[in-house]
Write a protein of this length. Structure first.
Length: 355
């Protein structure tokens, strides 16, 4: 595990040199975009999940709607590659950059260098553990865990065993979802035993750990996946164990996912899984680009309600987060532990409108 910081340090050093060149004129100066449209850069964090592929699809659509010229890169869940991609976007003329750093503790040096270069940054879906950005476009990830907890706690009658397939605890998202789920369970359903399994957002790791837990504890009755990355592998394990049965079967294991991708909504409707929390990936793309445009025009924002039914909160000095709505989704649209839900067929859900 030691080589990663060395690689990142080398990338950061090169990044700093490129920024100096970009800010200092000469052959390293940024390219001026044509057509008069503000030029923004967007780094896609990965392209191996339905959720992030939806984000990749929405981004150019909203860039066109907002009158922005767009340059994109893909860091493939690698912070050193993200540093290199930021260099590339600056040299291609980006006036502001959106990114979704998956390792939120390691992004601070890149943000510091971009701040020196006066390049505004918007982060999507995740927020940095340290450093300043223009705006974070995200939803309340602790609430994700709480909503999953309330659903499972209600369905299990406040007792039993559940597995939580975490993401990567180097990510603020996984930490928030874990803390929200754990705190809710302890406060509301103390008789529920939670087996927390770190998966590093890897479906093979998730499958192996779930298989181990189900073998050791065949009375497990609930699974909370912190993202849909583990959807296929979870269903495969349940099928192998003879547990992939309908919700009225006594052997049914209640499954709550987290993303709102089309497959999740279909599986909820047909009884394969039971619930998800729909992350507003369409709005992530829309408002990330909106804030990039606002940053270029010198606009500023304060905590409070927005005109798009969200709330901006101040997390610390230099860090505002626009928390978008992310509803619980179920087959019946019922209320669970005081949490209302939308039906999986609701046309307002982006997963039902993505053709």
């Amino acid at each position: 595990m030691r080589p990663r910081p060395v690689l990142f340090s080398a990338a950061s050093a090169l990044f700093a040199l490129v920024l100096l060149g970009a800010c200092g004129g000469g052959s390293g100066s940024p390219v001026t975009p044509s057509g008069g449209k503000p030029l923004v850069g967007v780094d896609y964090p990965r392209s191996d999940t339905d959720f992030w592929n939806a984000y990749i699809r929405y981004t150019p659509e909203y860039a066109e709607q907002l009158g922005l010229s767009l340059r994109t890169t893909n860091s493939q869940n690698d912070v050193a590659k993200l540093a290199a991609n930021a260099q590339t976007l600056i040299l291609r003329g980006a006036e502001a950059i959106a990114m979704a750093p998956q390792s939120t503790f390691a992004i601070a040096p890149i943000l510091a260098q971009l701040q020196v270069a006066k390049i505004p940054v918007v982060t999507i879906d995740t927020r940095p553990d340290a450093g300043k950005v223009y705006m974070v476009v995200r939803a309340d990830n602790r609430a994700y865990g709480e909503k999953a907890c309330k659903y499972l706690g209600t369905k299990l009658g406040g007792k039993g065993k559940v597995v939580m397939l975490q993401g990567d605890l180097s990510s603020i998202n996984s930490r928030d979802r874990t803390e929200g789920f754990d705190a809710c369970m302890k406060a509301n359903y103390p008789a529920v035993k939670v087996f927390a399994e770190t998966t590093n957002w890897d479906e093979d790791v998730a499958a192996q750990k779930l298989q181990t837990d189900l073998t050791a504890h065949p009375d497990i009755k609930g699974i909370y996946m912190q993202a849909s990355f583990a959807l296929s592998s979870t269903l495969h394990v349940l099928r192998e164990q003879g547990l992939l049965v309908g919700p009225r079967n006594p052997k049914h294991v209640f499954v709550v996912s987290n993303d709102g991708i089309p497959r999740e909504l279909k599986y909820i409707s047909d009884g394969t899984i039971d619930a998800t929390v729909s992350q507003p990936v369409d709005l992530y793309a829309k408002y990330a680009l909106s804030y990039l445009k606002a940053a270029i025009h010198g606009e500023t924002f304060k905590p409070g309600r927005t005109d798009h039914e969200s709330t901006i909160v101040r997390l610390r000095d230099g860090l505002l987060e626009d928390q978008l709505s992310a509803p619980l989704v179920t087959a019946d649209g019922g209320t669970y532990g005081g949490v209302p839900s939308l039906r999986s067929t609701d046309t307002s859900l982006w997963g039902n409108s993505l053709g």
